[in-house]
Write a protein that binds this ligand. Structure first.
Ligand code: C2E
Ligand code: MG
Ligand code: MG
Length: 290
């Protein structure tokens, strides 16, 4: 069924032995995910989001990793979908949220400049659709004493797609708390622009596929220029994702893109490396390196 679904609407697939193997693997993965939750086998990495003009780190995005006892580190692309389909994302996502909020408050105490940072957390549609999520969020903010405005929740169109009315209701309540909602992977879905209109979005993150196609001239540049212009007239912040090359940084600065995230500035890092960096260079990145 999943393979037929993956191939698009109104399609069918005949079951064969290869699929049987895949199904067995998948069932195994689900069972392992349940165990991973019980054994707390998840860890967070943090990737800086910087001001392109000054190199100042403005926030960090929490990105989850599964530390599997046999297979080592498993990336989110290899388990988030299964976690969503099985509903396990509720527990994983809530753990991520609580852990990220706790972590930034711990950094506040050791690094004075950390107080200027915000924490970005990715949200799954399953969390927003869950009737208990809002209370969990309020409870987490109260418990950690993190100011709501320092929490940014990243959502995608897929987050909202299942029940738009219910999602709008929950997201409006979240926004009223002071938590910022950021639209992730902007440009890759069907109706991103409509969402900017209907939902209380504070910033958009241009999907990395656009940044990777960015050339000095041509459509790539024009598209990003258009997105930045749209965001500016709507009063939204813009973050360019996936900056890997100095040329991309230069072009984005030329186009007045305010913020960026990508391997060129910093890769996602575990808390120890983040602390090393906060201790050594504070919040400032040297973006003019060779
Ligand atoms: P995302 O939220 O769009 O996160 C950005 C992804 O791009 C991260 O991949 C990051 O490591 C990667 N990235 C950053 N800079 C660059 C770059 O310069 N080049 C390239 N090629 N990639 C870059 P990651 O950590 O593998 O996460 C993938 C996706 O998994 C995330 O995309 C997000 O949608 C999802 N995810 C991660 N953590 C969570 C979580 O806690 N909850 C939920 N629901 N989803 C999560
Ligand atoms: Mg994100
Ligand atoms: Mg993204």
């Amino acid at each position: 069924m999943y393979q037929a679904k993956d191939a698009g609407r109104a399609t069918y697939k005949i079951f064969d032995s290869q699929m049987g193997e895949k199904v067995t693997k998948r069932i195994e993965r689900e069972r392992e995910l349940v165990q991973a939750i019980q054994n707390n086998n998840f860890k967070l990495t943090y990737q800086p989001i910087v001001a392109l003009e000054t190199g100042e780190m403005l926030s960090v995005e929490a990105l989850v990793r599964w530390h599997h006892p046999l297979h080592g580190i498993i990336q989110p692309d290899d388990f988030i979908l299964i976690a969503e389909e099985t509903g396990l994302i509720l527990e994983i996502g809530n753990w991520v949220l609580a852990e990220a909020c706790k972590q930034i408050k711990i950094w506040d105490q050791s690094f004075p400049q950390a107080k200027k940072l915000s924490m970005s957390v990715n949200l799954s549609g399953k969390q927003i659709a869950n009737p208990d999520f809002f209370d969990f969020l309020v409870h987490t903010l109260e418990e950690t004493k993190l100011q709501a405005k320092r929490l940014h929740l990243e959502i995608t169109e897929n987050t909202i797609v299942e029940d738009a009315e219910q999602a709008l209701n929950t997201l409006s309540k979240i926004s009223a708390l002071g938590v910022e909602l950021h639209l992730d992977d902007f440009g890759t879905g069907y109706s991103s622009i409509a969402y900017l209109h209907n939902f209380p979005i504070k910033a958009l993150k241009i999907d990395k596929s656009f940044i990777h196609r960015l050339k000095n001239q041509g459509k790539g540049r024009a598209l990003i220029e258009g997105i930045i212009h749209l965001a500016t007239v709507l009063g939204l912040d813009v973050v360019a994702e996936g900056i890997e090359l100095p040329e991309q940084l230069t072009l984005l600065k030329e186009l007045n893109c305010g913020q960026g995230q990508g391997f060129y500035a910093a890769e996602p890092m575990y808390k120890e490396d983040m602390e090393f960096m906060l201790r050594k260079s504070g919040n400032i990145f040297d973006l003019n390196k060779e």
